[in-house]
Design a protein around this ligand. Structure first.
Ligand SMILES: C[S@@+](CC[C@H](N)C(=O)[O-])C[C@H]1O[C@@H](n2cnc3c(N)ncnc32)[C@H](O)[C@@H]1O
Length: 268
């Protein structure tokens, strides 16, 4: 590693620690957002949400907390995933009580950027849960600024599932829980996210009474103990996508699309 790369690497991890530490619930300044874009994605515009790049966020009234700045799925990630899901959805035979009126459910909303792009590409209403009141408040502000119709609740994801019976075999759930202790030296262990991914998938299955659905999940490219495959036992893997930008430091992000649930009322 060259000295310049080492310096950048150290600066990235130091800033990352701050975003998840003392800046966790602080609304970042325009300058800090640009710094985050530079350090995480290699250029300030790499941090872009709702189609708004970091250099324009402050002027447009976008408020991002430290934790959301590092946890969010940026435009360059969510757009190709939304396009792929739109293709998969079109190929799915519509069944269920509201077969032609499916929904997107963003269970761990954060910035809401994932739900935002999915709702637009799939042409579906979006329901979202966020448990952290500070994240909720800033996301409500941002969704209001961009004129989004996402229905965001300050609620545990399980309570949102309880309110949303399955509509269609074309329903899509976004599963992006905080990684916390799942981020280990051996890689990302999806059985250790909070809550663990297998538990979240069981909760989704229970809420759907056997009607299949699509799941989108983000990981990095270093999965520990085959925990992705293990978590999705019984589900069908459809696609894995590694969107650009490839990150200058840290691990790259991957997105995985699955078909979950093939019980009664299944189309497969
Ligand atoms: C990794 S972030 C999600 C990032 C998001 N997909 C984005 O693009 O910004 C996880 C979010 O889930 C929230 N969260 C954690 N536990 C939750 C729960 N039990 N129910 C709902 N939200 C929860 C956290 O507060 C955090 O904002």
């Amino acid at each position: 590693m060259s000295t310049t790369t080492e310096t950048g690497h150290a600066a990235y991890f130091a800033f990352r620690d701050r975003l998840l530490g003392d800046l966790r619930t602080t609304v970042l300044s325009g300058e800090q957002l640009c710094e985050a874009g530079q350090l995480i994605y290699g250029h300030p515009e790499g941090l872009s949400l709702y189609g708004i790049p970091a250099p324009d966020m402050a002027a447009k009234g976008i408020r991002l907390l430290g934790r959301t700045t590092i946890e969010c799925s940026v435009d360059a990630y969510t757009l190709p995933v939304a396009e792929e899901l739109a293709r998969l959805q079109a190929d799915t035979r519509p069944q269920g009580p509201d077969a032609y009126d499916p929904m997107v459910v963003d269970l761990f909303c954060g910035s809401g950027n994932f739900g935002h792009h999915l709702g637009r590409h799939l042409g579906c209403p979006v329901h979202a849960a966020e448990l952290d009141p500070d994240v909720y408040e800033s996301t409500v502000n941002n969704l209001d600024r961009i004129g989004s119709s996402i229905s965001l609740h300050l609620i545990d994801y399980r309570d949102l599932l309880g309110k949303l019976p399955a509509r269609s075999t074309r329903d899509t759930y976004v599963v992006e829980p905080p990684w916390g202790p799942a981020f280990t030296a051996d890689g990302l262990d999806l059985t250790r996210t909070s809550p663990p991914v297998p538990e979240i998938l069981d909760d989704i299955r229970r809420s759907r009474n056997g009607l299949p659905c699509h799941i989108a999940i983000k990981t990095n490219d270093q999965i520990a103990h085959d925990s992705l495959t293990g978590s999705f036992t019984g589900a069908r893997h459809l696609r894995s996508i590694t969107p650009a930008p490839f990150l200058p430091y840290g691990a790259n992000m991957d997105f995985h699309l699955y078909r979950l649930g093939t019980g009664a009322g299944s189309d497969e």
